[in-house]
Design a binder for this molecule. Sequence first.
Ligand SMILES: NC(=O)c1ccc[n+]([C@@H]2O[C@H](COP(=O)([O-])OP(=O)(O)OC[C@H]3O[C@@H](n4cnc5c(N)ncnc54)[C@H](OP(=O)(O)O)[C@@H]3O)[C@@H](O)[C@H]2O)c1
Ligand SMILES: *[C@@H]1O[C@H](CO)[C@@H](O)[C@H](O)[C@H]1NC(C)=O
Ligand SMILES: CC(=O)N[C@H]1CO[C@H](CO)[C@@H](O)[C@@H]1O
Length: 257
Amino acid sequence: MDREALRMLCSPQFWRMAVLWALSLLHSYLLVFHCGRADAPRRRRPRPAEGRCPICVVTGATSGLGRAAAAALAREGYHVVLAGRSTQLLYETVQEIQRQQPDAHLKEFQVDLASFKSIKKFGSSLKQWVHEKNVEPSIQLLVNNAGILAKSHRITEDGLDEMIQTNYIGPFMLTNILLPLLKNSSVPSRVVNLTSFTHRCGLDVCEDALRGMKFGRCSIGESYPLASTYEYTKLCMLMFSYELHRQLHMSSGVSVI
Ligand SMILES: NC(=O)c1ccc[n+]([C@@H]2O[C@H](COP(=O)([O-])OP(=O)(O)OC[C@H]3O[C@@H](n4cnc5c(N)ncnc54)[C@H](OP(=O)(O)O)[C@@H]3O)[C@@H](O)[C@H]2O)c1
Ligand SMILES: *[C@@H]1O[C@H](CO)[C@@H](O)[C@H](O)[C@H]1NC(C)=O
Ligand SMILES: CC(=O)N[C@H]1CO[C@H](CO)[C@@H](O)[C@@H]1O
């Protein structure tokens, strides 16, 4: 085993993931089991309106859950916008989905969620594309899926911690940019934010952390608190989802999940 792996194994962050994350996953399963048995109201499954091809946007659509969601939504009849940071991976993903579903409606856009400039550019290109299509200019579904578990501390061109910006601040900004299009949908639209059961471990809420400062100051040599930072971004995403839902649901019918 190399030295780095050994150091990782001895770090408190590793044990935090091994023990706390396992416990919070168990907690989640218990909740699901419990709620599944109670008379929890079933959520209406969003379906594209008849005869239309509504637009949905999936970030991080080039692998994992995002890629699977993009393929499934294309099958449901959505015009799927795949957003990813690698042009090559986007191309390959589109080819692969198209091979399995020749009649799928797909469109790819390159975006780096760890860059404000890139998000703004994506927002404008997407708006332009939506308006050029001969349909109602709106988005019915936004899936904020892209997320990372960074192994080391890296500062983005915007001066923020890469993981905090990718997992929370970037999606926050993108959602706000796309809100006018989400509100413009004639059927109730929806934002789906991918958080994580690990948010249960991130309870240390303070203003510095919310501004992305708390974890941004680790000096060279000090190990990066990857587990706590990840938990924190997911807790922020969850709080953002609750608040946005509270603000939008009654007034504009947009729900946030
Ligand atoms: N897997 C789990 O067990 C689990 C559990 C709880 C929560 N989640 C959450 O679920 C989401 C998806 O997880 P996953 O396991 O499917 O992840 P994954 O396979 O690693 O996929 C993440 C996707 O996000 C993209 N991405 C990363 N950084 C980006 C950036 N700066 N700009 C644009 N796109 C970026 C990646 O692009 P590249 O292909 O270019 O890297 C990739 O397509 C994440 O938010 C994760 O935190 C996952
Ligand atoms: C909303 O839709 C109408 C037409 O249905 C269009 O004229 C308007 O520009 C759209 N608004 C946005 C923000 O795209
Ligand atoms: C699983 C789930 O849907 N959880 C929450 C998602 O967000 C809405 C609104 O913020 C909550 O009402 C749900 O409980």
